[in-house]
Design a protein around this ligand. Structure first.
Ligand SMILES: [Zn+2]
Length: 188
């Protein structure tokens, strides 16, 4: 994020502090606008940084078997309240053209997709869409289990609720057995 954008965030956070009845000159919060601006640069990085394009593919004997990476930790910000939601992403795909994706790329893709204001439903679909667009696959399944701070600390205050979202494309959508395999695998 550029210096200019950081300054705009800083000024806006100072206004928020004033508006909620804080004294922006109080020592405890004096540097808060600067800190928040720096943090926003980090947690919303994918809005200002180049698109993730590191899809390293490898030759494989695998033509038809599910590859699953489970429990990929993520942190994102809900676009309705700008509060964190966080949890785990599970991604499965069935390779095509005997090509598989370097396993470390999936957590990096998740990290890229999460660093913007979002809702869990859309994040789930976005991860699948990016995979389908950049990796030869017969199908993709993505599930996310997350806790939303906007649900746990305000409003309905539902402290232990976990939101689960699912998205299927290709063979995971058309073949119920594939879907069942995926759901069974992420539960174990
Ligand atoms: Zn929210």
């Amino acid at each position: 994020m550029e210096e200019k954008q950081q300054q705009i965030i800083e000024a806006a956070v100072k206004q928020i502090l004033l508006a909620i009845g804080e004294d922006p000159e109080r020592p405890g919060v004096k540097n808060t606008p600067k800190r928040v601006a720096k943090m926003y640069g980090e947690v919303f990085a994918s809005l200002t940084e180049p698109e993730f394009d590191d899809y390293a593919l490898f030759d494989s004997l695998n033509t038809d078997d599910m590859v699953l990476v489970k429990d990929i930790q993520f942190y994102s910000m809900c676009e309705h309240h700008l509060l964190p939601f966080f949890g785990n992403v599970h991604i499965a795909y069935v390779p095509d053209q005997k090509k598989v994706l370097g396993l470390s790329k999936l957590p990096r893709l998740v990290n890229y997709c999460a660093k913007r204001p979002s809702v869990q439903e859309d994040l789930t679909i976005m991860i699948a869409d990016k995979l389908v667009a950049n990796v030869p696959v017969k199908g993709v399944a993505v599930a996310i289990e997350a806790e939303h701070m906007c649900m746990t600390m305000r409003g309905v205050k539902s402290p232990h609720s976990v939101t689960k979202t699912f998205h299927y494309q290709g063979v995971f959508k058309t073949d119920p057995e594939r879907k069942r395999d995926f759901l069974r695998a992420i539960q174990s």
